[in-house]
Write a new protein. Structure first.
Length: 454
């Protein structure tokens, strides 16, 4: 059994059975049968089914949000957004079902067409930091393209995934088309990756585990999409609107308690405005409201687990030996609480400056000029996201092209929109999710030539 803890209280809120390799095998077999029938459904009917699923999710947004608060410690506002995002993703994917077009290619001697066909059974391994939306990033387009989905949620956050599977049946989706198997990564996750009946694996999580999954999938030449770690820069040039940049910086790394691959945890500030920027940023960090996730005033909740709390503490303890720390407030009671923390004066190659901490901690580093900013921004193996603050449009475009990251924002910290592609460079992952091409990532291209010669 898996115990689900409330991160804000450390109380057990649920226990669920942990799937075994035999459970995975049975689920994949059932999914394969369901997929064949689903792929034969007319596109318009498949789209209507997904819209019904979206409508049922919409009717249960508050219920799903409260589940997310209990199992993940997210603030209530964030959890409501996440449940609503699942609804929106299903609606968006439904709109693509009838637009999943092939091509007609001019060739001599006949007619050549391409057809996009579903892969079959897709295995999705979702993380604990955004359990609902990230699961839906893969599930919605995979179902829309005619596939079946077997979802393994993270061990600590299975409750919303299980409820979504129930809502799918309530909406009229075929039985076994979308199945959820809670379980341990090395057991159920590994069995899903290794299963010959799974055509593709979509994984979001650490770079270390992503590499393991990629290696295991290689044995069967199995497709993978990997959304992995990040250490994203927030580049503030001297000509930027400093007040706006400083006001936006805290929640760019504190949202979801810093447990976000896109968190702007390296704040790079041009030296002439470095001191002024810190003067603006420091009080904002100290005033962040950390507390009960169900309180509408709360801006930041707890970390997910004791292990994550210990990890974050270790990074900050090490960094404090080399620099200074500005800390906000956090509750002193049961729960996995850590205060908002800003580190200054640390070496640019310190572990806290180049490794993913996955907590409410950011490092502030000075830079000299545009070239130095780009050098620092690219001085990690990751390349998921980042921000550039400047009033100079030419500089914004140059820096956007030079920073090695898959998702950049200028004078903004927006990273994820379901209308646009999302994914990383380097060790931040492989492939793209979301956007207008999301469905095609779950299809095979078949080429058909028809001779017209007598």
């Amino acid at each position: 059994m898996l115990q689900v803890l409330n991160p804000a209280t450390e109380e057990v809120v649920a226990t669920v059975p942990a799937a075994t390799p035999a459970d995975v095998d049975a689920a994949v077999t059932r999914a394969a049968a369901a997929q064949r029938a689903w792929a034969a459904v007319a596109p318009a009917d498949r789209a209507r089914a997904l819209r019904r699923f979206a409508a049922v999710v919409d009717a249960h947004v508050e219920e799903l949000a409260l589940l997310e608060v209990r199992e993940a410690g997210h603030t209530l506002g964030n959890a409501r957004w996440e449940a609503g995002n699942v609804r929106d993703l299903l609606d968006y994917a439904a709109g693509g079902v009838e637009r999943l077009n092939g091509r007609q290619i001019p060739v001599p001697g006949g007619l050549d067409i391409t057809v996009l066909e579903p892969l079959g059974v897709v295995g999705v391994i979702a993380p604990w930091n955004f359990p609902m939306p990230i699961a839906a990033w893969a599930t919605a387009p995979a179902l829309a393209a005619g596939n079946a989905v077997v979802l393994k949620p993270a061990e600590t956050t299975p409750l919303t995934a299980l409820r979504l599977a129930e809502l799918a049946l309530e909406a009229g989706l075929p039985e076994h088309l979308f199945q959820v198997l809670p379980g341990e990564g090395p057991v159920a996750g590994a069995a899903l990756v290794d299963h010959p009946g799974v055509a593709k694996v979509v994984f979001t999580g650490s770079t270390r585990v992503g590499k393991q999954i990629m290696a295991r999938a290689a044995d069967q030449v199995k497709r993978v999409t990997l959304e992995l770690g990040g250490k994203s820069p927030n580049i503030v040039f001297a000509d930027a609107d400093l007040e706006a940049a400083a006001a936006a910086a805290p929640m760019a790394f504190l949202d979801n308690s810093g447990q976000d691959c896109c968190a702007r945890t390296r704040i790079l500030v041009q030296r002439p405005v470095y001191d002024r920027f810190l003067e603006l940023l420091t009080p904002a960090i100290e005033e962040i409201v950390v507390g009960d996730p169900l309180d509408e005033r709360t801006q930041m909740g707890p970390l997910i687990s004791r292990a994550q709390l210990d990890r974050v503490r270790a990074y900050v303890t090490d960094a404090a030996e080399h620099g200074e720390a500005v800390r906000g407030k956090a509750p002193e009671r049961p729960g996995f609480w850590f205060p908002p923390t800003l580190l200054t004066g640390v070496p640019e190659d310190a572990p806290c400056a180049v490794e993913e901490i996955f907590g409410p901690v950011a490092v502030v580093l000075p830079f000299e000029d545009e070239a130095d900013a780009i050098r620092l921004a690219n001085a990690t193996p990751y390349g998921l996201s980042g921000s550039i603050w400047t009033r100079d449009i030419g500089r914004a475009l140059r820096a956007s092209r030079a920073v090695r990251a898959g998702n950049l924002s200028v004078n903004s910290h927006s990273s994820v929109r379901y209308w646009t592609p999302f994914g990383g460079f380097g060790q931040s992952g492989l492939g793209r999710e979301l956007g207008p091409d999301a469905l095609t990532a779950f299809t095979e291209t078949k080429n058909v030539f028809i001779s017209t010669e007598a």
